[in-house]
Design a protein around this ligand. Structure first.
Ligand SMILES: Nc1ncnc2c1ncn2[C@@H]1O[C@H](COP(=O)(O)OS(=O)(=O)O)[C@@H](OP(=O)(O)O)[C@H]1O
Length: 760
């Protein structure tokens, strides 16, 4: 354990900003960087040789859908691209296995007590799963109203003391959990929050992961004989007590170090399945070179400082070079001193990387004349490939320390464990956007990057590197091949996007609900019933796919947002209709939920389900009616029993019959992008036998008022054998011959086979 008492005597203040009022100097003091007592960090490899049968996914039990820590946990997982599923504690357990595989590699409890107080049956089931699949548990102790001293954690030889205020956090360098996080330093100063829990173990299964001490000002009333005694704030359970490994946090994720330890715990407990890479690329763009206003531009000594900072960063990030974006037109547009700065930049061309900005620094969407834009763009070929850049908290006008939004301490916070530090921790490739003016004046950018890089070296085992933009581009898309594909978001969700989009566009020209299918469940009938509603309107028909647009699946998606929106009427003031779109192939399209939620996150979803066996048979009959040779040559039974070695066209027909019917699988995918109350499931048999009631339910779900009285507009047509639209008083208009076909009943053996398959 660290001897904190001794260390405090020669305390250096970690969170101390040196030089307020003057030009700031990077203030990160760190033992390993000063070279004094270099304790090499050990990045443990958590991968195991054991043949694991778990998916790299986290199951998170939250208190409620809105609880704060639960949201923070989800956010952290999203930032790190770790797959997860959220469940509300106290309800029944989700299915944990899929055939012979565990569906989750780690279980997280936002509130550990929910795990400890779980009903016996579920607790046994969960523990059994953890033991059988070598899955560990992470738990957070929530703040409690009463102060417990030496209270036993229900059923474990572990005692807690709650409601403490702490300071000076340090890590157990011997802990096998440390991978991303580097031990050896102390984060001096108060830890956020006043309700920390600390642990006292009474079993060899426990090993501390981090410590802190009580706050100086609280020690007078304390019973602790040793005032600077380190108290365990995060503890590891090696599983020697009951066969399950755990990591327990004495506080939430507010403290930056806990975010790192949480990621390390996921990596450790999943046996490396959820390890994030330790390689980090950093590139810093300096935009607007030569563009800054007179009086805010770089002078000669600023350029010198820039070069010196770059050299110091190179010690920590080999090969690091600032990437300068210039607009040539503004060269020498400063005062005499600043023009010398411009000259010096050019004298040192080779020290930096360069990219060309728009020649005259005008944003492309502001050009009225396309030819002129093309001509100007031709000067900027290099600029064509642009990667998403992260913000580093420095903007064009962030030039003086005293004016930093939130004050200088805020800037230090983002560097020392805060947003900027976390951005680099969570993103393998970081391209930051800064501006020339950030490097003159108070030189905030030099300060910021040197400090954050030092802080990273101090507290993490990340390996920092750099590379030119195009190489980073290639690496980025190698790492995230799914991002090569565009995902259209809603431009109106961000004012800046809306501004550069188009002046005469409105985001009201998008559907408010989607009928997602699947095919053959009655989607056309539903479409017709909805279209009868005076307040609801669907899209204009497509020349290729008729009433369906089929945008979110298939090739149409690449035609872009404008193409999609042109299918919808521009809503007129006051008479806006409830727009919807029906494409029955959306239901089972792999990419559809992700794409749909990116554009229409608030949309409601409507699906119709019938027996998957009947659905499969209806599809088979549909393909026969279209004279599909496979369907004509093979019986339904032959199709659904075709093996994986059968001819391709037969396998394809089998898949089209069976796959959309895997309802649970497809709905689960939709529900990773939409919350359950956005989804309405229609019973397809009810739609057929009692469409009036079905439509009433749907209107209630869509909250459409006044409700349309379908009983006056739908009537059973004995000739068609289905409900049809009433027109001209006593006539009916039914769907065409292709909907509600006449065909022989399904063979008993096929039906039975599909029923058995559904159950297994
Ligand atoms: N009112 C009404 N009129 C006609 N048909 C009705 C109606 N309600 C439900 N159904 C059932 O809808 C089935 C066709 O489903 P879809 O429209 O989803 O098919 S498609 O995917 O668009 O091809 C169709 O399947 P088949 O009977 O196999 O033709 C019908 O059973």
């Amino acid at each position: 354990q660290p001897n904190l008492k001794k260390k405090r005597k020669n305390t250096f203040c970690f969170f101390n900003f040196i030089g307020h009022g003057k030009r700031p100097e990077p203030s990160i003091k760190c033992a390993i960087l000063s070279g004094a007592t270099r304790v090499p960090g050990v990045a443990h490899d958590h991968r195991s040789d054991a043949r694991l049968r778990i998916d790299p996914k986290v199951l998170v039990f939250v208190e409620t859908t809105y609880s704060r820590l639960g949201r923070e946990i989800s956010e952290l997982l999203v930032y790190n691209r770790i797959k997860y599923k959220v469940e509300v504690s106290g309800k029944s357990l989700p299915v944990l296995t899929n055939l012979d595989k565990g569906k989750y590699g780690v279980i997280v409890f936002e509130n550990l007590y929910k795990y400890l107080q779980m009903d016996k049956w579920n607790r046994e089931l969960l523990d059994k799963y953890c033991r059988e699949y070598s899955v560990g548990i992470v738990g957070f102790i929530p703040p409690s109203e009463e102060t417990l001293v030496g209270a036993e954690l229900h059923g474990f030889p572990l005692f807690v003391h709650t409601n403490l205020r702490l300071q000076d956090a340090s890590l157990n360098a011997a802990s096998p959990i440390l991978r991303l996080t580097r031990a050896g330093e102390t984060a001096w100063g108060p830890l956020p929050g006043e309700d920390w829990t600390v642990f006292t173990p009474n079993h060899s299964t426990y090993e501390p992961l981090s410590w802190a001490t009580r706050r100086q000002e609280d020690l007078q009333n304390s019973n602790y004989r040793e005032p600077h005694q380190p108290l365990i704030t995060v503890i590891q359970d090696h599983g020697l007590f009951d066969g399950i490994q755990r990591v327990i946090f004495g506080s939430g994720l507010n403290f930056w170090m806990h975010k790192l330890l949480f990621l390390d715990s996921l990596s450790y407990l999943s046996h490396g399945q959820l390890s994030i890479s330790l390689k980090r690329y950093i590139l810093v763009d300096i935009d607007d070179i030569f563009v800054g206003e007179r009086g805010t531009r770089l002078k000669k000594d600023d350029v010198e400082a820039l070069i010196e900072t770059q050299e110091r960063i190179q010690q920590l990030v080999p090969g690091f070079k600032f990437n300068l974006g210039f607009s040539g037109k503004y060269f020498h547009h400063g005062n005499a001193e600043e023009n010398l700065g411009d000259d010096m930049l050019l004298e040192n061309v080779g020290s930096f990387m360069w990219f060309s900005h728009m020649w005259n620094h005008q944003q492309p969407h502001l050009y009225d004349n396309l030819t002129q834009l093309e001509l100007d763009m031709a000067l900027n070929k290099q600029f064509a490939k642009v990667l998403p850049r992260q913000t580093c908290g420095l903007f064009t006008h962030t030039i003086m320390m005293r004016d930093y939004p939130g004050g200088p301490t805020k800037l230090d916070e983002i560097i020392q464990g805060g947003e900027l530090f976390q951005t680099i921790v969570y993103n393998p490739i970081n391209i930051f956007m800064t501006h020339m003016s950030n490097y003159g004046n108070d030189r905030l950018a030099q300060y910021t990057f040197e400090s954050v890089i030092k802080f990273l070296q101090c507290w993490t085992n990340l390996r920092l590197k750099t590379a030119p933009p195009l190489q980073l581009g290639e690496r980025y898309f190698q790492l995230y091949p799914q991002e090569v594909d565009p995902v259209w978001g809603n431009p109106c969700n961000d004012l800046r996007h809306q501004r550069i989009w188009s002046r005469n566009k409105t985001c009201e020209q998008l559907p408010r609900f989607l009928v997602i299918g699947p095919q053959k469940t009655g989607t056309t009938a539903l479409y017709m019933f909805l279209s009868m509603h005076p307040d609801i309107s669907s899209n204009f028909p497509s020349p290729d796919t008729f009433e369906e647009i089929q945008f979110f699946n298939g090739k149409n998606y690449y035609r872009g947002l404008d193409w999609y929106m042109n299918f919808f009427p521009v809503p007129k003031n006051g008479t806006a209709k409830y727009l919807f779109e029906k494409s029955a192939t959306y239901f089972d399209g792999d990419l559809v939920p992700r794409r749909a939620s990116a554009l229409l996150p608030q949309a409601k979803l409507v699906t119709i389900l019938i027996s998957p066996a009947k659905r499969a048979y209806s599809w088979y009959q549909h393909t026969r009616a279209h004279r599909d040779p496979v369907a004509l040559n093979y019986s339904f039974h032959q199709v659904i029993t075709a093996s994986d070695t059968a001819p391709k066209p037969l396998r394809e027909l089998r898949n089209r019959c069976l796959n959309p019917g895997k309802y649970a699988q497809h709905l689960e995918r939709w529900l990773t992008y939409y919350v359950p109350n956005q989804l309405h499931i229609i019973d397809g048999d009810q739609l057929r036998s009692d469409p009036v009631e079905t439509m009433n339910d749907l209107q209630r779900f869509l909250k459409i008022q006044p409700a349309f009285n379908y009983s006056q507009h739908l009537r059973y047509d004995p000739k068609k054998g289905f409900f049809c639209q009433v027109i001209n008083g006593d006539h009916t208009k039914c769907l065409g011959r292709s909907k509600g076909r006449q065909y022989p009943p399904m063979e008993e053996r096929s039906y039975k086979l599909l029923q058995i398959r559904r159950k297994t």
